[in-house]
Design a protein around this ligand. Structure first.
Ligand code: SF4
Length: 92
């Protein structure tokens, strides 16, 4: 049986998210026209918020379980989440 987090992700952690007071655009950007340098700077600002977050692991697991394609979740970009998942799978 799959892990319950995958079947029915627990979302209570959202109430304790450090990003609640911040606009979602900080974590997701506006659209694909965002210049790469601005995107990197924005993502670094978002990650600094995540670094203070007490539910970072829950957020990351949720993003992985729901295959989130966009945005910073758990302090990671989509590419970083994929790399994290690959590394974790390789350890098992
Ligand atoms: S880890 Fe980052 S994106 Fe996730 S809840 Fe915390 S502050 Fe928000």
């Amino acid at each position: 049986m799959p892990h319950p987090m995958i079947v029915a992700p627990d979302t209570d952690w959202r109430e304790r998210a450090a990003c609640l007071p911040y606009p979602s655009v900080l974590f997701f950007g506006v659209d694909d026209s965002e210049p790469p340098a601005e995107k990197r700077a924005r993502e670094e600002r978002a990650k600094r918020v995540c670094a203070t977050c007490g539910v970072r692991q829950e957020c990351l697991e949720y993003a992985i379980a729901t295959k989130e394609q966009y945005g910073i979740w758990g302090g990671m970009t989509e590419l970083e989440r994929k790399a994290y998942l690959r590394a974790r799978s390789a350890r098992r």
